[in-house]
Structure formats: C-alpha cells, structure tokens
Design a protein around this ligand. Structure first.
Ligand SMILES: *Cc1c(COP(=O)(O)O)cnc(C)c1O
Length: 389
C-alpha cells in the first residue's frame, strides 16, 4: 500500500467539468488580471470571514508582507511572532523592513505562547503575527489584550487555517487583518499560487489594493513603493468553484482527525501525543500532527511501509542561517526546539480513506511495539507534556 500526505486528484475529478468550463470562460474573456472572478472571490471570502474587505494577492507570503506594509510597519520596527512556522512568516517581516522577534510556543497547541509575548515588547514593537498553525487558531483573546494595551497591529497568518474558529470568532475577526494562502496543498488550494488579505479596516484595505499594483494611484502615479502581486483570474475562477465546498472539506478533515486520535489513543495513549483541540476552537486540521518519541526512526519505518509523513518544521526560524544576524542561538526557544524534534504530520486530506488510515495506525502501533521490545525503556512524550500542564 502507498499512502501520500495529500492526494488532490480525486478532488479534481469531482469538479473537473466545472473547473474546465470556468478556465475556458476566463480564456475566452481575455481578462486575466483583476477582473470579475477575483472580485467575486474577494467578496465571498471576506463575507465568509466576517471581514469587510478581501484583497487578492499573488501568494500567502506576499499577503503577509503587504498586510504589514499596509498596517504601517516599516524599517526599524519590531514584529513579534513564532519561530515554529513556515519560513514565509519571518521572511515577510524582513521584506517589510522590520525585525522579527521570536517568542516560544505553547507546547499543547504549537501556537505562539501569549504569556511570553509581553516580555518581548519594546518601544519598537509595532505588530504581532500569530500563526494559526496546522489549522488551529492561536489564543486570540490574550494576544489581542496585549496588542490593545501596547497599541500593536495583529496580522493573523491564517495560511493553514481558512475556516477555523476561536470562541465563535472567525479568522480575521479579532486581528487587524488576516492572510490566507491558496497554495495548492492548503485547505482551499488553487492550481498555482494565490493568496488573500482580509480586513475590516477600510484604510488598510485601500493601501493593500494600491501596494499590489506597484503602489500606483492614480494609475502611473506612485506615492508608495508597491509590487506586482495579484491573484490572477484563472486561479480565482478555480477557487470560486472550490470555495463552496470548503466547509464540507473541513468537516471531513475533522472526521479523519477524530478517527486517527481515537484509534491511536486506544493503543498508544501513553507513548505518543495526539493533537489537542483547545476548548472553544474549531480546528480545521490542515495538518494532523503528532508528538512522538523516536520521531526520525518512526518516519523511516513508515516510509518503508509506503506511508508518507512530513516534519513541519525541522528547523525553527530563529536558528535558520539566513536569520543568523538576529543573534538567536540554539536553546533560546526550548519549546519550539522540542516541537521541531518531536512533530510528525500524518497523511491528511478530505478524501483520505478509512482503509488507508487503518494501515497508517497499524504501522505506527507496530513500530512502537517492536521498539519497546528492543529497547525496554519508557518512551513517552506524554508524561512530559502533562507535567508542563
Ligand atoms: C503556506 C504558508 C505561507 C505562505 O504561503 P504561500 O502562498 O506559499 O506564499 C505562510 N505562512 C504559513 C504558516 C504557511 O503555511
């Protein structure tokens, strides 16, 4: 049996006719940039998130960069974020001219630990970027409380969390703005690159719209430095076909996640840690991520059994070579570094079959029963996690 992390083919087959027709419409219209399809998707995604405005951009990385710039973040400013994220979060801060300040994560959710934010605030701090990692929103009440007290912008990196909820709030409702990625593997994926900023701040929305067209306003007059970063009509047309299915896909992901959790906990509750959905959260399981002992050995074992798994992320941003000048060293963010050694994401997508999940579960259980027989030692991350609280 071969099981991939993600298989997009079934989803495509289920909507092939409609997608091809929409692509044909775009081609026939000869309107490829910032037309009706982008406008419709912007309005629909903004409404879905309870935000006033949507601004379609070239990708999720640019969405963060442009949102920061539109929120007034500039050279010399500091932006607090997590180091346990995809590179783009830190990259966008530096591209906006600012300095990333990395704080540690909550070991239970893998998201930024709000209790560590305050001590990182200086008179240069201008924004916080919580990343809603793996599809679960960060602790927005506490983040917002700190942000309000220090008058900081909150830009939610929701690349992995479209459709997630926190205490009844959608992504983007509590922050100044939120950013989505439509990279093909994301929960709402295009057939190429794409991204969007959502916000209810009309001024920020207008600035972002100008920045994505080279800072041009009126046309050919430039008061700010912008870029060429637009969601294109073809991708927007495809996303307009896919978007109405998003909630069903999120539900399907949650069912797969619940099944993994139930079965793994039946047999390995003392050995591995399954994902924890915090009370009040609606986790959309972009990734189903375990904490496991002997992670690399397990990954190899599964690979040999034909099962793909991924490590998101093996090297946290504070110790990435490109950020060396920031002065962080190994040991500065212990929870982040621990997570980078223990996290393992299993195959997860809405069409994932029960039989495939059973096979994955069987092989994980098999690995630990062999391993424990061979090593006769307690192998548990669970106890440590419980001790942390
Ligand atoms: C995917 C991702 C991005 C970047 O999105 P792109 O569309 O690939 O540029 C940013 N942040 C996080 C957390 C992501 O997962």
């Amino acid at each position: 049996m071969k099981i991939q992390m993600l298989d997009l083919s079934e989803q495509y087959l289920s909507m092939r006719e409609e997608v091809l027709q929409k692509i044909d419409e775009v081609m026939s219209s000869s309107r490829f940039i910032l037309g009706e399809n982008v406008k419709k998707l912007e309005a629909d995604v903004a409404r879905y998130s309870g935000a006033g405005y949507g601004i379609g951009v070239g990708n999720g990385s640019d969405a963060i960069h442009i949102a920061l710039q539109a929120a007034g973040i500039k050279e010399g400013d500091e932006v607090i974020t997590t180091a346990f994220t995809f590179f783009a979060t830190g990259g966008a801060i530096v591209r906006a001219g600012a300095t990333p300040v990395y704080v540690d994560i909550d070991p239970v959710t893998f998201n930024i630990d709000p209790s560590k934010i305050e001590e990182a605030v200086t008179d240069k701090t201008k924004a916080i970027i919580p990343v809603h990692l793996y599809g679960q929103m960060a602790d927005m009440d506490k983040i917002k409380e700190i942000a309000d007290r220090h008058q900081l912008a909150v830009i939610e990196d929701a690349a992995q969390a479209i459709g997630a909820k926190y205490k009844g709030h959608n992504v983007g409702e509590l922050g100044t703005a939120a950013t989505y990625s439509f990279f093909p593997t994301k929960n709402l994926g295009a057939y190429g690159d794409g991204g969007m900023i959502i916000t209810s701040d009309g001024d920020l929305a207008e600035k972002a719209r100008v920045i994505r067209v080279h800072g041009s306003k009126p046309k050919y007059y430039h008061h700010v430095l912008g870029y060429n970063s637009r969601l294109d009509e073809m991708q927007a047309a495809i996303l307009n076909v896919k978007f109405p299915h998003l909630d069903n896909w999120s539900e399907a992901r949650r069912l797969k996640a619940a099944y993994y959790t139930e079965k793994l906990n039946e047999q390995l509750a003392d050995v591995i840690q399954t994902p924890i959905e915090k009370e009040g959260n609606y986790h959309v399981f972009h990734q189903y991520t375990l904490r496991v002992p002997h992670r690399n050995e397990l990954q190899n074992y599964l690979k040999e059994a034909g099962i793909a798994t991924m490590i998101y992320y093996p090297l946290p941003l504070h110790v990435q070579p490109v950020f060396e000048n920031l002065g962080y060293k190994k040991g500065d963010l212990p929870e982040t570094e621990k997570a980078a050694n223990e996290a393992l994401s299993l195959p997860m997508y809405p069409e994932l079959e029960r039989g495939a999940q059973d096979y994955v579960i069987e092989k994980i259980v098999e690995f630990y029963s062999n391993y424990q027989n061979d090593n006769m030692q307690e192998t548990s991350v669970h106890e440590e996690l419980k001790a942390i609280g």
